[in-house]
Design a protein. Structure first.
Length: 139
Protein backbone atom coordinates (compact mmCIF):
# COMPACT_ATOMS: atom_id res chain seq x y z
CA UNK A 1 0.00 0.00 0.00
CA UNK A 2 1.31 3.38 -1.00
CA UNK A 3 1.72 5.79 1.94
CA UNK A 4 0.32 8.69 -0.08
CA UNK A 5 -2.87 6.81 -0.88
CA UNK A 6 -3.24 5.66 2.73
CA UNK A 7 -3.08 9.30 3.80
CA UNK A 8 -5.76 10.16 1.24
CA UNK A 9 -8.00 7.34 2.50
CA UNK A 10 -7.76 8.64 6.08
CA UNK A 11 -8.31 12.25 4.97
CA UNK A 12 -11.38 11.22 2.96
CA UNK A 13 -12.90 9.54 5.99
CA UNK A 14 -11.95 12.18 8.56
CA UNK A 15 -11.94 15.33 6.37
CA UNK A 16 -9.16 17.91 6.57
CA UNK A 17 -10.63 19.37 9.74
CA UNK A 18 -11.93 16.53 11.92
CA UNK A 19 -14.49 17.59 14.52
CA UNK A 20 -13.34 15.27 17.30
CA UNK A 21 -10.06 15.39 19.17
CA UNK A 22 -9.53 11.71 18.35
CA UNK A 23 -9.96 12.47 14.64
CA UNK A 24 -7.53 15.37 14.75
CA UNK A 25 -4.92 13.22 16.49
CA UNK A 26 -5.37 10.32 14.06
CA UNK A 27 -5.09 12.63 11.05
CA UNK A 28 -1.93 14.29 12.34
CA UNK A 29 -0.48 10.85 13.09
CA UNK A 30 -1.30 9.76 9.54
CA UNK A 31 0.32 12.85 8.05
CA UNK A 32 3.56 11.83 9.80
CA UNK A 33 3.47 8.48 7.99
CA UNK A 34 5.94 9.51 5.29
CA UNK A 35 8.35 11.03 7.82
CA UNK A 36 8.72 8.09 10.19
CA UNK A 37 9.75 4.45 10.31
CA UNK A 38 7.69 1.32 10.86
CA UNK A 39 8.34 0.86 14.60
CA UNK A 40 7.66 4.49 15.49
CA UNK A 41 4.43 4.60 13.51
CA UNK A 42 3.17 1.26 14.85
CA UNK A 43 3.94 2.40 18.41
CA UNK A 44 2.20 5.73 17.93
CA UNK A 45 -0.85 4.06 16.36
CA UNK A 46 -0.98 1.57 19.24
CA UNK A 47 -0.84 4.40 21.79
CA UNK A 48 -3.53 6.30 19.90
CA UNK A 49 -5.77 3.22 19.96
CA UNK A 50 -5.19 2.68 23.67
CA UNK A 51 -6.21 6.29 24.34
CA UNK A 52 -9.30 6.31 22.07
CA UNK A 53 -10.52 2.68 22.21
CA UNK A 54 -13.66 3.64 24.14
CA UNK A 55 -14.49 6.30 21.55
CA UNK A 56 -14.07 3.80 18.70
CA UNK A 57 -16.33 1.25 20.40
CA UNK A 58 -19.02 3.78 21.39
CA UNK A 59 -22.44 2.84 20.08
CA UNK A 60 -25.64 4.82 19.60
CA UNK A 61 -29.11 3.26 19.68
CA UNK A 62 -31.72 4.44 17.20
CA UNK A 63 -34.85 5.38 19.18
CA UNK A 64 -37.25 4.31 16.43
CA UNK A 65 -35.78 0.95 15.42
CA UNK A 66 -33.92 0.05 18.60
CA UNK A 67 -30.87 -0.95 16.55
CA UNK A 68 -27.45 0.28 17.54
CA UNK A 69 -24.61 1.49 15.34
CA UNK A 70 -21.13 2.86 15.89
CA UNK A 71 -21.25 6.51 16.85
CA UNK A 72 -18.00 7.49 15.15
CA UNK A 73 -18.12 5.42 11.93
CA UNK A 74 -15.68 7.56 9.88
CA UNK A 75 -13.12 7.59 12.70
CA UNK A 76 -13.45 3.84 13.14
CA UNK A 77 -13.17 3.29 9.39
CA UNK A 78 -10.02 5.43 9.13
CA UNK A 79 -8.36 3.61 12.04
CA UNK A 80 -9.28 0.16 10.72
CA UNK A 81 -7.91 1.07 7.30
CA UNK A 82 -4.59 2.05 8.87
CA UNK A 83 -4.54 -1.08 10.99
CA UNK A 84 -5.40 -3.34 8.04
CA UNK A 85 -2.78 -1.80 5.74
CA UNK A 86 -0.05 -1.37 8.36
CA UNK A 87 1.92 -4.49 7.32
CA UNK A 88 2.20 -3.10 3.77
CA UNK A 89 2.88 0.59 4.43
CA UNK A 90 6.61 0.17 4.97
CA UNK A 91 7.35 -2.53 2.40
CA UNK A 92 9.65 -0.12 0.59
CA UNK A 93 12.04 -0.24 3.58
CA UNK A 94 12.43 -3.99 3.09
CA UNK A 95 13.54 -3.40 -0.50
CA UNK A 96 15.95 -0.49 -0.19
CA UNK A 97 18.45 -2.35 -2.41
CA UNK A 98 16.23 -1.96 -5.48
CA UNK A 99 15.24 1.63 -4.71
CA UNK A 100 11.51 1.02 -4.18
CA UNK A 101 9.72 4.34 -3.53
CA UNK A 102 7.27 4.84 -0.66
CA UNK A 103 4.56 6.03 -3.07
CA UNK A 104 3.19 4.85 -6.40
CA UNK A 105 2.73 8.37 -7.78
CA UNK A 106 5.36 7.89 -10.49
CA UNK A 107 3.50 4.94 -12.00
CA UNK A 108 -0.06 6.28 -11.60
CA UNK A 109 0.26 8.35 -14.78
CA UNK A 110 1.09 5.24 -16.79
CA UNK A 111 -1.99 3.45 -15.49
CA UNK A 112 -4.13 6.46 -16.39
CA UNK A 113 -2.81 6.34 -19.96
CA UNK A 114 -3.41 2.58 -20.11
CA UNK A 115 -7.01 2.97 -18.91
CA UNK A 116 -7.66 5.68 -21.51
CA UNK A 117 -6.33 3.49 -24.32
CA UNK A 118 -8.35 0.50 -23.10
CA UNK A 119 -11.53 2.60 -23.09
CA UNK A 120 -10.92 3.47 -26.74
CA UNK A 121 -10.65 -0.24 -27.50
CA UNK A 122 -13.58 -1.35 -25.35
CA UNK A 123 -14.63 -4.17 -27.71
CA UNK A 124 -11.59 -6.34 -27.02
CA UNK A 125 -12.02 -9.85 -25.64
CA UNK A 126 -10.31 -10.81 -22.36
CA UNK A 127 -7.50 -12.51 -24.26
CA UNK A 128 -6.98 -9.49 -26.50
CA UNK A 129 -7.05 -7.14 -23.49
CA UNK A 130 -4.33 -9.15 -21.75
CA UNK A 131 -2.20 -9.05 -24.88
CA UNK A 132 -2.82 -5.30 -25.25
CA UNK A 133 -1.82 -4.65 -21.62
CA UNK A 134 1.28 -6.83 -21.92
CA UNK A 135 2.43 -5.01 -25.03
CA UNK A 136 1.65 -1.63 -23.47
CA UNK A 137 3.75 -2.40 -20.41
CA UNK A 138 6.63 -3.69 -22.56
CA UNK A 139 6.69 -0.42 -24.51
Amino acid sequence: MCQFHQQKIVTTRLTRRPKTEAGRELRSLTLMLTKTDRESFEGALYLWHEKWADCLDERTTDAETGKSHYTHKPLRSAYLSLKRNLPHLFTYLDHMDIGMPNTTNAIDGHFSELKTKLRVHNGLSQKQKRKFITEFLKA
